[in-house]
Ligand binder design. Structure first.
Ligand SMILES: [Zn+2]
Length: 330
């Protein structure tokens, strides 16, 4: 790992009040919000001004049912308790001093997603999961379809590490009996590092009991340390490519920020569809009704702005492919 290799993006870090030696700006999530909103615009402009990646592609990996509350919380009106989420992988390339850097975002090894939480979810299904689960492709298969050699991948990045088993991606230094590897696991990406926020990395190694069903700490024991690039905050990785901390779902959650032809876009596992950020303008009846009942949050787009927001949503739908998960209503 090479600390300081990436450019620090300061505005949101300062607004969170996390700067060592600096006066805390927000003492509660509510009071920090105005500063965060201002800082988000500053980060957007910094990413825009830094240039643009040379290529972005999205590929579906797997579609499978999850409990409705995971995606729509209390807004779901359907009596069916499931919604189908599609895990998507993004490939981002940029130029760096005459060579191409390649980042793969969300390359879930879905053949190994065997955490206790996923097992419990599958056990609750009324039919065997293979009947309701659609595999669109493997990580390596989808990369090959894009003409990318796994040896050319520089960075492997996830928004957070729930259910992720990284052994085949990064290789191991020891045996893995469950993978039929008596000495070590050979990596799919022999030249890549994992970019992970420190809080996430520490959570994986020693999860809180409430989080532990989503992790498999034993699968992290023999990962090669030199392949783990632990980050402390927001970083500009390359022209128009950044990682920004978005804690909430997990403390070390992060989002990918990309300067695209459609503007600066954020890829976040915290939102399953564009409406997550403008629910009052959604065409989904449950979301609309829930927002009307709960009332719009201060400064959020309310019904008075719904026509404008609906136009914005329509504009963003073509690029909603960039969102890490896609939802289909149950
Ligand atoms: Zn999660």
């Amino acid at each position: 790992m090479t600390p300081g290799r990436f450019t620090r993006l300061a505005p949101l870090e300062e607004a969170r009040g996390h700067v060592v030696g600096g006066a805390p700006i927000g003492t509660s999530p509510g009071s920090a919000l105005p500063a965060l909103r201002t800082a988000a615009v500053e980060v957007r402009e910094l990413v825009r001004a830094s240039g643009a990646p040379s290529g972005v592609a999205t590929r579906d990996l797997v579609t499978q049912p999850h409990p409705t509350v995971y995606g729509l919380f209390r807004a779901a009106r359907s009596p069916a308790p499931w919604l189908w989420l599609t895990d998507r992988m993004l490939v981002v390339c940029w130029q760096d001093g005459g060579r191409t850097r390649t980042l793969v975002w969300g390359p879930s090894d879905h053949e190994l997603d065997d955490t206790p939480a996923m097992r419990r979810m599958r056990d609750r299904l009324p039919v065997p999961s293979r009947f309701v689960r659609t595999v669109h492709g493997t990580v390596l298969g989808q990369l090959r379809a894009l003409g990318i050699d796994p040896r050319d991948v520089d960075h492997v990045v996830f928004d957070h590490l729930h259910t992720q088993d990284l052994r085949r991606l990064l290789g191991t230094t020891g045996p893995a009996a469950d993978l039929d590897c008596p000495t070590r696991v050979d990596p799919w990406f022999p030249n890549a590092t994992l970019l992970v926020q420190r809080a996430e990395w520490e959570s994986v190694r020693q999860p809180h009991p409430l989080q532990s069903p989503w992790y498999r700490p034993e699968s992290y024991v023999d990962l090669p340390e030199e392949r783990i690039d632990v980050l402390d905050g927001d970083r500009l990785l390359g022209p128009g490519v950044a990682l920004v901390c978005t804690p909430g779902h997990t403390l070390g959650n992060q989002s990918l920020v990309l300067h695209t032809d459609a503007g600066v876009q954020v890829v976040s596992g915290n939102g399953i569809l564009a409406e997550a950020w403008a629910p009052a303008s959604s065409d989904l009846p449950g979301l609309q009704q829930h927002t009307n009942e709960a009332g719009p949050a201060p400064h959020a787009p309310g019904r008075a702005h719904s026509a404008r927001s609906r136009a914005a949503l329509a504009r963003h739908r073509p690029v909603s492919r960039l969102i890490g998960h896609r939802v289909e209503q149950s």
